[in-house]
Design a protein around this ligand. Structure first.
Ligand code: FES
Length: 111
């Protein structure tokens, strides 16, 4: 796992807000659901809706386009959807929010 600093402490979204950022070459949504911070892919796998206009409900992220729901814990789509989103590990450190990315086999070989 490789960790990248994503935001300073004062840039972390407040409860109920979603912020779009770019980190490690990927666009992600940083979500504050009742003061629990999550990082997800920014586009909905259903039809490409942008999660920045979405909201949280019962621990799920709701897409604003057709209201598909995804667990903020596992990324799994609600029953019947048969899809999922990527959830990235987050760590709040003294100097801000860090996001973890799995290292691919080739980056381990070539650094
Ligand atoms: S684009 Fe997200 S639910 Fe359809």
């Amino acid at each position: 796992m490789k960790w990248f600093k994503a935001l300073n402490n004062n840039q972390i979204p407040h409860a109920g807000n979603i912020k779009t950022i770019s980190v490690n070459g990927k666009q992600l949504c940083i979500i504050n659901n009742e003061d629990k911070i999550s990082a997800t892919q920014s586009l909905c796998p259903h039809a490409g809706g942008h999660f920045s206009g979405g909201w949280c409900k019962n621990g799920n992220l709701v897409c604003p386009i057709h209201r598909y729901e995804y667990s903020l814990e596992t990324g799994r789509g609600a029953e019947g959807q048969g899809d999922y989103i990527n959830i990235y590990p987050v760590e709040l450190r003294e100097d801000g929010l860090y996001i973890g990315f799995e290292e691919s086999w080739w980056s381990k070989l070539w650094g």
